[in-house]
Design a protein around this ligand. Sequence first.
Ligand SMILES: NC(=O)C1=CN([C@@H]2O[C@H](COP(=O)(O)OP(=O)(O)OC[C@H]3O[C@@H](n4cnc5c(N)ncnc54)[C@H](O)[C@@H]3O)[C@@H](O)[C@H]2O)C=CC1
Ligand SMILES: O=C(CO)COP(=O)(O)O
Length: 341
Amino acid sequence: MEKIGVIGGGSWGTALAILLSKKGYEVELWIRNKAQCDSINISKENVKYLPGVIIPSNVRIINDLERVVKNKDILVLATPSHGVRNILINSKNYIKSGQIIVNVAKGIENESLMRISQVVNEIVPKSKYAILSGPSHAEEVARDMPTTVVAASREKDIANYVQDIFMAPKFRVYTNPDVIGVELGGSLKNVIALGAGISDGLGYGDNTKAALMTRGIIEMARLGEKMGANYETFAGLSGIGDLIVTCTSMHSRNRRAGILIGEGKTLEEAISSVGMVVEGIKTAKSAYELADKYNVIMPIAEEIYEVLYKGKDVKNSVVNLMLRDKKHEMEDIAKILNNEW
Ligand SMILES: NC(=O)C1=CN([C@@H]2O[C@H](COP(=O)(O)OP(=O)(O)OC[C@H]3O[C@@H](n4cnc5c(N)ncnc54)[C@H](O)[C@@H]3O)[C@@H](O)[C@H]2O)C=CC1
Ligand SMILES: O=C(CO)COP(=O)(O)O
């Protein structure tokens, strides 16, 4: 049976370690904080990040990064995206050539504006990369609720292998060769979900959220296409699928942070109240800079960036979005369909 190291024992790393251990793999889960690691080893519950779920005893909970990384068939990167670079730098001496790395973090680095596949390729170029992404809240996966995701890799064999490894009766995995599209979908939806949360926090209704989601996916796909992704990928699980779950679920950290901001809390208050990683906050900055770099119009992402980083009043953002110049709804898609209307 495969040996799998899961790097990062937040809610997602813990849920995936449980899923993989139930399939019979030898799973080691790296927990950064020693005290937390010790406590989970005693209680068999990740009280801080995934309360109420018992971790099977065949998941080995370990604080030693070297031990978890060494001699594994698969490494799963499950820390917040801003932690991935340092994790790889600290462990690259133990990562073998040809190592299969499955990234499950959803974010785009600040400063470098790199996707995680690019970070992995820079630090461990001899590894084989896949991303696993889609509408998959840890709280539901850990409770065995039917979930669908996508495994993307440039190499078909790797995508198929990762599909087989993760596929379970309640966890259905599709494949896709479009690494860029799958990475961008999972990252950019968090920015739009912050907006959906802000809308909820302001007391707006379902119409507003549907508008943010529908126009949001167009922005995501518009940027994605310019960055080399397939437009169609954004209609899939890692695009619209993940956008739906993140904008509507109370499990969503991004949506919950948005609700608090919409209710008038500061960014710092929102982050500390959620108590888990809110990826969309950093990604909003990267998205804003990528839109500028690739000369793509992303009005929703831009307003969210200005609310988060420039102290803009959310009510002014609503006015700006509603009173933009008139548009043809399908201007992006019309071009693709060769529709001259
Ligand atoms: N929670 C979920 O349902 C899902 C999360 N994801 C993604 O998985 C990644 C991890 O998310 P969660 O598990 O929710 O996070 P979390 O906030 O529950 O836990 C993060 C874990 O990483 C550790 N950590 C924090 N900063 C770190 C750093 N700089 N270096 C190393 N370790 C660090 C924390 O101690 C904690 O153990 C994120 O990119 C998230 O977008 C993807 C799908 C589902
Ligand atoms: O990516 C996720 C679900 O697919 C998790 O989203 P949140 O980080 O908003 O909870």
